[in-house]
Design a protein around this ligand. Sequence first.
Ligand code: DQA
Length: 145
Amino acid sequence: MKILVINGPNLNMLGYREPEIYGGNTYKDLCKMIKKYAKERGISVSFFQSNCEGDLVTAIQKTYKKYDGIVINPGAYTHTSIALLDAVKAVSVPTVEVHISDVSSREDFRKLSYIRAACIGTISGKGFDGYNDAINLLISNRSDK
Ligand code: DQA
């Protein structure tokens, strides 16, 4: 099973940006943690991070017939991007939306997620562990079929 982990804008600043919300560990730490977990579960993972919406769309498009699942934290594009929603719909690759913070208990503008409509699940407010939970969701979704 091949999974692409996509992170959107400002997630490369993890460990430095608002540590009281996102914690003190870096993007590199995040990738290391996910890689270790995926290995334990016998899954192959790749990573992509960009601050640019179009590059994220292209990364999603490239999963078409190449990946079995996507884990995506679209950052602020969660709340604005119909393009990311359409990209996930276009490729039909099972996708899980992840947020490190609990977006439902923050500002109102964070409560809307466009991409959610195309995702098999959302994990929010579980810190970095949410990414591993997303991998589990993709695995169990696959074995249901
Ligand atoms: C985030 C929540 C978003 O509202 C925010 O814009 C982010 C990070 C999270 O992981 O909690 O950049 O997706």
